[in-house]
Design a binder for this molecule. Structure first.
Ligand SMILES: Nc1ncnc2c1ncn2[C@@H]1O[C@H](COP(=O)(O)OP(=O)(O)O)[C@@H](O)[C@H]1O
Ligand SMILES: [Mg+2]
Length: 298
């Protein structure tokens, strides 16, 4: 199988693990920088140039691009899909997952438990937004942030007002969310591959920090998720159309809530926690999907 991993940085942990595992299985793995592709089309023809030359193509593409994925990279994925290639995860699913608000809209609509969230048109609606999520403290976040960047806590109305004004002046939108105090003790990251739980860890924030992200100094511990948490993570991945997903859950007295869904989850935390290897599970899934895809194509 010729595998193309789409990513900007070939040294990223997850990319390295998938490449190593693929090569051990005798697949031809190439790491492709999406910013080196020129997308071309004309009547009845979809084609690509890579680094200024016609691109021979791969059998399967694995996008490993975070929520800050560019419009060009998304278009590239659609271009690959349009040319008949198998792409895991597909563009539609990535587009849903990259936007926290879009994800929560979809999950809330299907009755999945999510934190109370509001999205105001401008700072004049801030008080109403705060009221609708139960008042301060609240979390304010950029719909497309990653690694905890762009996730802020406002302890009172004044702080929320200040954040919202800065955002407004920077012409950036922020969603307002109830601050789930219990989550300080840790949230869950569940990796779902092909509809099954591949790994799960509990992440705990470092001192003086409420965000549990590894990039914010959070620590990780391997866990066996409850049935409820596993089912919830699987449903969230499925509703977003993700074959590979990292689902963040907050544990509360009301039960687990889905916080967000990541389309290119890292496995460094899982590895650090001594959890199962994720790359082989991804490769198993991709190999299975490729066989199905070949049969369908005849
Ligand atoms: N509503 C919330 N209540 C409590 N903690 C939160 C809330 N939202 C986010 N956090 C904390 O911040 C972290 C990052 O938030 P998240 O929405 O997952 O954004 P990112 O994409 O940056 O990971 C979470 O893992 C959690 O620890
Ligand atoms: Mg997260």
């Amino acid at each position: 199988m010729r595998i193309g991993i789409l990513c900007r940085d070939a040294t990223l942990h997850g990319v390295r693990r998938i490449s190593e595992c693929g090569r051990r299985r005798k697949h031809r793995v190439r790491v492709l920088d999406p910013y080196r592709f020129l997308l071309k089309l004309s009547e009845g023809e979809i084609s690509l140039e890579f680094r200024g030359k016609p691109f021979p193509g791969a059998d399967v593409y694995l996008p490993r691009l975070g929520a800050n994925i560019s419009e060009h990279s998304l278009a590239l994925i659609r271009h690959l899909e349009a040319s008949g290639a198998l792409v895991v995860n597909n563009a539609r699913a990535i587009e849903t997952a990259r936007d926290k608000l879009r994800t929560l809209q979809l999950l809330a609509q299907e009755g999945l438990p999510v934190p109370k969230t509001a999205f105001a048109p401008d700072p004049a609606y801030l008080r109403a937004a705060l009221g609708s999520v139960g008042g301060a403290p609240v979390v304010m976040k950029l719909p497309r942030g990653t690694q905890g960047k762009g996730v802020m806590r406002a302890r009172d109305v004044e702080e929320a007002q200040a954040i919202s004004e800065v955002m407004w002046n920077l012409q950036r939108d922020a969603i307002v969310q109830e601050y789930v105090e219990e989550a300080r003790r840790g949230d869950l990251r569940i990796i779902v591959v092909g509809g099954e739980v591949a790994a799960a860890v509990r992440r705990r924030a470092s001192r003086d920090e409420f965000r549990t992200n590894l990039h914010r100094g959070g620590s990780v511990r391997k866990i066996t998720p409850t049935r409820r948490a596993s089912e919830l993570a699987k449903s969230a991945a499925e509703l977003c159309g993700l074959e590979i997903a990292g689902v963040d859950l907050l544990e509360t007295k009301r039960g687990p809530l889905v916080l967000e869904v990541n389309a290119a989850p890292g496995f460094e935390g899982v590895e650090r926690a001594g959890g199962p290897e994720v790359a082989p599970v991804i490769l198993d899934h991709v190999e299975r999907r490729f066989e199905e895809w070949k049969k369908k194509k005849g």
